[in-house]
Design a protein around this ligand. Structure first.
Ligand SMILES: Cc1cc2nc3c(=O)[nH]c(=O)nc-3n(C[C@H](O)[C@H](O)[C@H](O)COP(=O)(O)O)c2cc1C
Length: 186
């Protein structure tokens, strides 16, 4: 029995560092294999906080989708502006461009739900680049509406991309574990 425990212990001692080394190699590989962009639009800061958590978890690059003309800061005025954009199918201009978009193979794309959908500025963003061959991973925050309707719009724009199921990152959703499960944790 003594020898049995000694054997288990020695196996354990051998196995533990081997597992740790493999885990490390896997983590290094996933961070090195992909160039990840975390692009987001946020009006009130909630989506921005989620985007920052994804950036931290992936080690990717953060890009803020900022309108050339800022939205009103008052809630009702912003609701009205957003509603007008939907009615007019507008493409609100974005202040700056992603540098070297071609070099990214994975794009997390975040936004708040506006009028049950992604804001029109997300259409502008999607029409500004060629997403062919990229993996697009949408996420949103909302007052309760799920990401589903926005997914239809994104899939339409990104027909030559791999579009993964989007995350509605409300409440206590574990964003970090979602990123890990997708295999994009660093
Ligand atoms: C113009 C506008 C429209 C909105 N429409 C919806 C909606 O249809 N459904 C919903 O659940 N929440 C809606 N909301 C709430 C936002 O989706 C929610 O507060 C979100 O977390 C805000 O993210 P942000 O702080 O990054 O802007 C709306 C908010 C605004 C300002």
């Amino acid at each position: 029995m003594k020898y049995f425990f000694a054997l288990m212990l020695s196996l354990g001692l051998v196995a533990a560092p081997a597992l740790a080394a493999n885990g490390l190699r896997a983590a290094e590989a996933s961070a090195a294999e992909h160039k990840i962009l975390v692009a987001y639009f946020s009006w009130g800061g909630t989506t921005e906080r989620i985007a920052e958590r994804i950036r931290k978890e992936t080690g990717g690059t953060l890009f803020r989708i900022e309108p050339s003309t800022p939205y009103p800061t008052a809630y009702q005025a912003c609701l009205d502006a957003a509603s007008k954009e939907v009615a007019e199918k507008s493409r609100p201009a974005i202040r700056s461009q992603v540098e070297g978009m071609d070099s990214y193979d994975v794009v997390f794309l975040g936004f708040p739900i506006w009028w049950y959908n992604a804001p029109m500025i997300i259409d502008t963003f999607l029409e500004s680049y060629d997403f062919a061959g990229k993996t697009v991973i949408p996420f949103c925050t909302s007052g309760g509406s799920p990401i589903g309707v926005a997914m239809d719009k994104i899939r339409l724009h990104c027909q030559s991309s791999t579009v993964l199921d989007g995350l509605t990152a409300n409440g206590s959703v574990n964003v970090e574990s979602w990123v890990q499960k997708l295999g994009y944790g660093k």
